[in-house]
Design a protein. Structure first.
Length: 279
């Protein structure tokens, strides 16, 4: 049964109109780099409300290390790590900046479908200032070009090339490494991984992780519960709005309130007939 589900999921990856939608698919923003940038930066930032701490940042550094001598020591101490997006330089914004002042910084240029334009990586590698930091004041500085395999290498040799296809198994290994993460956080990361897998060529992914297999087995239940929660929330919200407008009536409008009450009573009587009261 699970194998059938996995084959179905692979067909869904080939045809994005089939099956349950990921968050970015629902928003219709799977092709916009800015949304991937925000999604990824959320997971890399140890201070955001997920349970991964610096585990995913360490996973990204681990994925980049086999292709270059990344000098940032791991595991990263999450206490002082800061993450910003659209970090300004004199010649344009870098997508993601991760830094631990004044020890190290990591500049990430992110691509989904488009290739590098106007030698961005050269400009960022030569920038004396990125966002809030002066690069020369840091002991270590690393640059990563995160893109699909088909995008080709960056213009700057200072940027380490890291493909999404290489990164995904490292993120999946975090999901498989333990049970200390909350279910909500695990579902969020699974959603991000599924987005990457669906949007990029599946030929580059050869194995399904245990996490993906579990998601495949229980996908219907997960989405049924999500739909039920959303319906209950909408009903509760509508009831609160009606209650607010029914109960909130300033003193100066008390006359109109009595008028509305009489009208409502008359309307109720006309619909249900004359009501009798027993003393």
């Amino acid at each position: 049964m699970i194998q059938d589900r996995l084959r179905e999921m692979q067909r869904q990856c080939e045809n994005i109109d089939d099956g349950p939608r990921t968050a970015l698919e629902i928003l219709g923003e799977t092709g916009r780099e800015r949304y991937w940038e925000r999604y990824l930066s959320y997971f890399l930032d140890p201070t955001t409300p997920h349970d991964f701490g610096a585990d995913l940042l360490n996973a990204l550094l681990g994925a980049a290390r086999p292709t270059a001598e990344v000098s940032i020591p791991t595991p990263v101490e999450p206490k002082n790590v800061r993450v910003t997006t659209q970090a300004q330089t004199a010649t344009g914004p870098a997508d993601i900046l991760v830094y631990d002042p004044p020890s190290w910084f990591l500049c990430i240029e992110l691509k989904i479908h488009a290739s590098e334009t106007n030698r961005q990586t050269v400009r960022y590698a030569n920038a004396s200032r990125i966002g809030d930091i002066e690069t020369e004041r840091y002991d270590r500085g690393e640059y990563v070009y995160l893109a699909p395999v088909s995008s080709g290498p960056p213009a700057s040799e200072r940027f380490t090339t890291l493909s999404w296809q290489t990164l995904v198994p490292y993120f999946e290994s975090v999901l498989d490494s333990g049970t200390e993460y909350s279910e909500r956080s695990r579902v969020q990361l699974s959603d991000f991984i599924t987005t990457v897998r669906r949007e990029l060529p599946m030929d580059d992914f050869t194995e399904f992780s245990d996490e993906t297999r579990l998601y495949a087995e229980y996908a219907d239940t997960i989405h049924s519960l999500t739909d039920a929660h959303e319906k209950d929330w909408r009903a509760l919200y509508n009831n609160l709005v009606r209650t607010f407008y029914d109960d909130f009536d300033p003193l100066e409008n008390s006359g109109s309130r009595r008028s509305r009450t009489r009208s409502a009573t008359a309307s109720s009587t006309s619909r249900g007939g004359t009501r009798s009261t027993t003393a």
